[in-house]
Design a protein around this ligand. Structure first.
Ligand SMILES: NC(=O)C1=CN([C@@H]2O[C@H](COP(=O)(O)OP(=O)(O)OC[C@H]3O[C@@H](n4cnc5c(N)ncnc54)[C@H](OP(=O)(O)O)[C@@H]3O)[C@@H](O)[C@H]2O)C=CC1
Ligand SMILES: C[C@H](O)[C@@H]1OC(=O)[C@H](O)[C@@H]1O
Length: 260
């Protein structure tokens, strides 16, 4: 197993890519702290969704706790670390994954949409990474941080002018943290998913033509599944990637390179 007896924190672990990361970490032997943000609690039975993730982790024979909190707030990272240490004694792995993408046109973008997106995606990644890195430094046994950036760090989107810069920022954050934290044996990398079918883009991809267009553009012929990304996060978090830091791994079925 690739993460035997490690302790992993996964932000945005209730759904989509984060949920798959949490379960894959458990499958590979880690105890897991999942973070989520209960903003829309009533609308789709979040608590039962979280109970399901916890049950899946426990099915793999590992321990799990769920911690609610908005990653955009500096205190959330600190709380996550405290809960992880109280429950499992340490933190070895961070998957900084929580993110939002409220599609919106550029010219009439309200400042509140920009600020919320930057707050969750970029500031949130910074605060959680900082809190976890402080704990890892204190432990003195190194660690691995893997952030969910995006193919959108490299290419644009007309309805994502507030979002794509946050994903470029997350990639850049991991590069700089690789330098800042390398001396403590803490590796920092990012994954860059392409188009992965989750709640984040369900509405966008409900347009059959758009979905078919993406499927045609992807050389491997299908949209990504959360598990496609999760297995790459596990790899980067594991000792298999012990000499990899400051790197970004595209997980996009070949979408990025498919110019014509
Ligand atoms: N889907 C895709 O095609 C791609 C996604 N990504 C990135 O992957 C990451 C995960 O996206 P995906 O799984 O698709 O999205 P989902 O919408 O399926 O899941 C988002 C997760 O983030 C959590 N979250 C949202 N806001 C906050 C917050 N303020 N604080 C803490 N947690 C929060 C949600 O919690 P809750 O359930 O409580 O709302 C949920 O667990 C994002 O960073 C996204 O940018 C990158 C490239 C492609
Ligand atoms: C939400 C989008 O479909 C998705 O988010 C990303 O980061 C990808 O680049 C896709 O645009």
């Amino acid at each position: 197993m690739l993460l035997n007896d490690k302790v992993a924190i996964v932000t945005g672990g209730s759904r989509g890519i984060g949920r798959a990361i949490a379960v894959a970490c458990a499958r590979e032997g880690a105890d897991v702290v999942i973070n989520y943000w209960g903003e829309n609690d009533a609308s789709y039975g979040r608590r039962s969704a979280i109970d399901e993730v916890l049950a899946q982790i426990e099915w793999h024979g590992r321990r799990a706790i769920a911690v609610e909190g908005n990653v955009a707030l500096p205190q959330t990272g600190i709380d996550l670390v405290r809960h992880a240490v109280d429950a499992f004694g340490k933190v070895d792995v961070l998957a900084s994954n929580a993110g939002i993408c409220p599609f919106h046109a550029f010219l009439d973008m309200p400042p509140s949409v920009l600020e919320r997106t930057v707050g969750v995606n970029l500031n949130g990644a910074f605060y959680v990474t900082q809190a976890v890195a402080r704990q890892m430094k204190e432990q003195g046994t190194g660690g691995a941080i893997v952030a969910t950036s995006s193919i959108s760090a490299l290419v644009g989107g007309g309805m994502q002018t507030h979002y794509t810069p946050t994903k470029a920022g997350v990639h850049s954050l991991m590069q700089s943290c690789a330098i800042a934290l390398g001396p403590y044996g803490i590796r920092c990398n990012s994954v860059m998913p392409g188009t992965i079918a989750t709640d984040l883009n369900a509405q966008d991809l409900a347009d059959g033509e758009k979905r078919a267009y993406f499927e045609r553009r992807i050389p491997l012929g299908r949209l990504g599944a959360p598990e496609d990304v999760a297995d790459c996060v596990v790899f980067l978090a594991s000792d298999m990637a012990r000499y990899v830091t400051g790197a970004a791994l595209l997980v996009d079925g070949g979408l990025f390179v498919n110019l014509q």
